[in-house]
Design a protein around this ligand. Sequence first.
Ligand code: DQA
Length: 157
Amino acid sequence: MHAGAQNLKPLHVLNGPNLNLLGTREPEIYGRETLKDIEALCRETAQGLGFDLAFEQTNHEGVLVDLIQRAGTDSSAFVLNAGAYTHTSIALHDAIKGVDAPCVEVHLSQPAAREAFREISFVARAAAGSISGFGAYSYVLGVQAAARLAKARAQQD
Ligand code: DQA
């Protein structure tokens, strides 16, 4: 157990639309790891840093809003891959802004280097920071960043 994390709430990792298809979905862009593989990576990373982890996926925007609100009360920080809602959803932006727990935006691909419609991220405008382009490893970095934010906040209290 690592000092400082024992009394902290879990980290949450939230996944949006089509991420349930990882493994077979455009593997040349998103890699061959399944969402289950990514969940295992996140759990291992969180555990190594002394945190419990909740891992969720939904294809529905409103459910993602609910999950962000839940992360706001039940997590000490959360990682969010909002999928395509990243580029469209003011509701997600407002949900992230509306909760106290910090958000780390993650993407497997590098949206800024892809189609023009992926250039805007409504999530980035509300998140503490963003990690993209490293495939499944983006999630490892995301969980590490969330743990760091959670511990820094706990020290301020
Ligand atoms: C994604 C990037 C988004 O632009 C896309 O709509 C996704 C996946 C990523 O992880 O690279 O669904 O969030």
